[in-house]
Design a protein around this ligand. Structure first.
Ligand code: NAD
Length: 246
């Protein structure tokens, strides 16, 4: 089916594991997709992949922690693809672990700017476009760390907890404008080059008995973006094989 025909979807961090899978899936469902990430070459590779499969996409490289770059990204997207219907906030720094005593201000500031600041900047820009049209969907990416501590992840977990609180608060402010604001909680999704041995060891902690792959995230993304979720706002959907309910 092509549920997103005539929709414009902007995916941040879309050259990465989960973002790329989500961008490809939205495109396969008919959306015109703005593909964002830091590196222009990596972004273009995903755009080429979408086009090779018969989809429509725009390369929208930007550092989403920079307000001027986010503004330029939205302007280019609007001019080339049209008004944004769905914003999928996925960009994030994942390799950030440091014991709290070894953390410094630069570590904290960068993680907060990229993981949390970007959600503010992109959501704010998208919401102003969506509010005028009285419709739109914003989806952001949390982590199990938002509700459960992980060693060495004070900064990362703070940003993900912040994303969950922001999502609920944005859902309230934006509900009168027909904008739904939700999020996903990826579990252990294999995007970061673990060895077979590490994968086998870690997947023993997953109730469904396997680690996740990036494609496991796409169903939740499409559901929350679709009219099937028309009465859902302010919620997070965990896609984690049951880890968080243990
Ligand atoms: P990934 O590193 O493959 O993808 C993240 C992407 O974000 C990268 O391509 C990176 O270049 C991009 N990015 C980083 N900083 C950016 C910036 N300033 N501007 C634009 N793009 C930027 O990792 P992933 O596993 O695909 O993670 C995607 C999201 O899922 C992240 O928000 C992460 O915190 C979250 N998450 C992942 C897991 C998991 O198990 N993989 C678990 C919980 C949460």
């Amino acid at each position: 089916t092509r549920r997103f025909e005539n929709k414009v979807v902007l995916v941040t961090g879309a050259a990465g594991g989960i973002g790329r899978a989500v961008a490809l899936r939205f495109a396969a469902e008919g959306a015109r997709v703005a593909v964002n990430d830091l590196d222009a070459g990596a972004v273009q590779a995903v755009v080429d992949e979408i086009k090779a499969a018969g989809g429509q996409a725009l390369a929208a490289p930007a550092d989403v922690s920079s307000a001027p770059q986010v503004d330029a990204m939205f302007s280019a997207t609007e001019q080339t693809l049209g008004h944004v219907d769905v914003l999928y906030n996925n960009a994030g720094l994942i390799d950030t672990t440091r014991h709290f005593l070894d953390g410094d201000e630069a570590w904290w500031t960068r993680i907060v700017a990229v993981n949390l600041g970007s959600v503010f900047l992109c959501s704010h820009r998208a919401a102003r476009i969506m509010a005028r049209r009285r419709r739109g969907v914003i989806i952001s990416t949390s982590s199990g760390g938002a509700t459960r501590a992980h060693r060495g992840n004070v900064a990362y977990d703070a940003t993900k907890g912040g994303i969950e609180a922001m999502t609920r608060a944005m859902a309230l402010d934006l509900a009168p404008y027909g904008i739904r604001v939700n999020g996903v909680v990826p579990g252990f999704i294999n995007t970061y080059g673990l060895t077979q041995e590490q994968l086998r060891e870690r997947e023993q902690t997953v109730p469904l008995g396997r680690y996740g792959v990036a494609d496991d995230m796409t169903g939740a993304a499409l559901f929350l973006a679709s009219d099937d979720a028309a009465y859902i706002t302010g919620q997070f959907l965990a896609v984690d094989g049951g880890v968080l309910v243990q």
